[in-house]
Design a protein. Structure first.
Length: 201
């Protein structure tokens, strides 16, 4: 039974067998009520959290809190890889528009193509609201896969004549957004540049 619990914890990202064992031993020291609350929280997370029908952020309702908020600027859409990037950008306090979560980036080496991502729903969103959307900000990781995804998205959005920009390269090449400090990430969003300027170089 102990080994089975260790095996399950070690399936989590970044958790090795030793760390998994420490976590299991920690839970064994807790009273049953504490462990029951932990277990219940994990079950509820899986059962009750859904994805926003508009931006694919996690939510407990059909539309997430950001998409529902009248205080957000609906003319701006920031395209990110996953939830961690939404949290990182929100923590900067510098961005007040909407989001669109792709659910990954194009990576042929990992078998991830455009059809595996939330790209068509982004294009449909732009097509439906193109008169009201002033700018789409591509805030993907500055990796080869991120750049490939940026280029693919730019080509898909070109027929809709919407302004497309990318975050400034204050983020080091190859860095993931979630690991950037808030000041650097905030400045990268403020000092974003038109995507066309990059592909003309």
């Amino acid at each position: 039974m102990l080994q089975a619990a260790v095996e399950e914890f070690s399936r989590l990202p970044g958790i090795g067998k030793k760390t998994a064992l420490r976590l299991v031993l920690h839970l064994l020291k807790q009273d049953q009520e504490t462990v029951a609350r932990f277990s219940d929280a994990m079950l509820r997370l899986r059962q009750e959290v859904i994805y926003c029908r508009q931006c694919h952020n996690i939510s407990d309702q059909d539309l997430c809190e950001i998409c529902r908020s009248p205080r957000r600027d609906a003319s701006l859409i920031c395209v990110v890889e996953d939830l961690r990037d939404v949290i990182a950008i929100e923590n900067t306090g510098q961005y007040h528009g909407m989001f669109h979560v792709l659910g990954g980036i194009i990576s042929p080496m990992d078998g991830i193509g455009p059809s595996d991502l939330n790209i068509e729903s982004l294009i449909e969103r732009i097509a439906k609201h193109k008169e009201n959307i002033k700018e789409v900000i591509l805030a993907l990781s500055t990796t080869m896969e991120g750049d490939t995804t940026n280029f693919f998205l730019f080509r898909k959005m070109k027929p809709y004549d919407v302004k497309v920009s990318v975050i400034a390269r204050g983020i080091a090449i190859g860095d993931e957004l979630e690991y950037a400090d808030e000041v650097t990430l905030g400045r990268s969003i403020i000092n974003r540049t038109p995507y066309e300027n990059l592909i003309k170089k």
